[in-house]
Each structure stands twice: as structure tokens, then as C-alpha cells.
Design a protein around this ligand. Structure first.
Ligand SMILES: [Cu+2]
Length: 174
């Protein structure tokens, strides 16, 4: 119950903060300071789980914040990277992340600075297709990134990555 009460309050604070940042943007560098939220959620039974948005375009240096807005499930946000025992599907030189288990109401942030395509997954739900893709800055819209490692991923996860072209066009894909 306390987490349910915490979330709306926190969102209001974030909204206020966002307003202040927009004001500051007049002075300098709006995009660099604004955090973008990705919700981690699912159906009450856990039979369906998702990141929302699961396709996202941000600018280099922007902060991404994953929030577990689920009522009962723990989730992770984990980069596809050898350090996380997965094939490399983030740009060369980018720092991989692994949130560890986030309980409902908990959140995790990273700052993504290296331009390119970042694929990530939820550790307990990769096999349920709970994956996401972030494009930082720009990417080759015609390119299928990381195709060489596609065969190492579960088909259900692979099927969920939005096309780079669609992310560049829509900026946000739920
Ligand atoms: Cu999950």
C-alpha cells in the first residue's frame, strides 16, 4: 500500500521537476538534463509482462529511468552484454548495466552517452519477451543491428525489438 501511495506522489514531483528543467532549457541544454521514464509492468497474473515504452529515442547524455510500476512482479533492466552473460548488443565502449531485481515501486537509472542502439532485457522475463531497445542520438535506419547475435536470443524476445527505423520515426513505441 505504501508503494502505491508513493508512486503518484513521486510522479507529481517528477512532473514539477520536468517543468523546472524546461524552464532551464531556455538557458541551456534541455535534452541533456531531462530523464525519460520506462515503466516495467504486466498483468496481475504475470502471464504478460512488458517495458513501456519498449522502443525509445533519446539524446546522448540523457538519463533513462526504469520504474517498476507492477503490483506484484519483480523485474530487472539488464543490458545485452558479455558482462551480463549475453551477446553484445550495445555500442562498443558503452557501459553495460544490470539493475538487479526491482520490487514494485523501485526504480533504476542510467545515463547513456555513446550513440547507437542499446538492447536490454528483464532477467526473469526474457523468455516472456520482456525486452526493449533504446536508440541514443542516431543510428542507421536501414541497418539491422546485432543481426550476427540474433540466433543466440530466444525468438520471442527477438520478435519484440522495434525496428530502428520505427524508433527514429516515432521516438517512442509503447
Ligand atoms: Cu520482468
Amino acid at each position: 500500500m505504501s508503494t502505491a501511495a508513493f508512486n503518484p506522489q513521486r510522479r507529481r514531483l517528477l512532473a514539477m521537476g520536468g517543468g523546472l528543467l524546461l524552464t532551464a532549457a531556455v538557458i541551456r541544454r534541455a535534452g541533456a538534463a531531462e530523464a525519460v521514464e520506462i515503466q516495467m509492468s504486466g498483468t496481475p497474473s504475470g502471464s504478460q509482462v512488458w517495458f513501456r515504452p519498449h522502443g525509445l529515442l533519446i539524446q546522448p547524455g540523457q538519463t533513462v529511468r526504469w520504474v517498476n510500476s507492477d503490483t506484484g512482479n519483480a523485474h530487472t533492466t539488464t543490458a545485452y552484454h558479455p558482462k551480463n552473460h549475453k551477446p553484445l548488443r550495445i555500442p562498443d565502449g558503452a557501459t553495460p548495466w544490470d539493475s538487479g531485481y526491482l520490487l514494485p515501486g523501485q526504480s533504476f537509472e542510467v545515463v547513456l552517452s555513446v550513440p547507437g542502439v542499446y538492447d536490454y532485457f528483464c532477467l526473469p522475463h526474457e523468455m516472456a519477451g520482456m525486452v526493449g531497445r533504446i536508440v541514443v542520438g542516431t543510428a542507421d535506419a536501414a541497418h539491422k543491428p546485432y543481426a550476427a547475435t540474433d540466433a543466440q536470443l530466444p525468438a520471442v524476445a527477438l520478435a519484440q525489438f522495434p525496428d530502428v527505423a520505427a524508433i527514429l520515426k516515432s521516438k517512442r513505441i509503447d
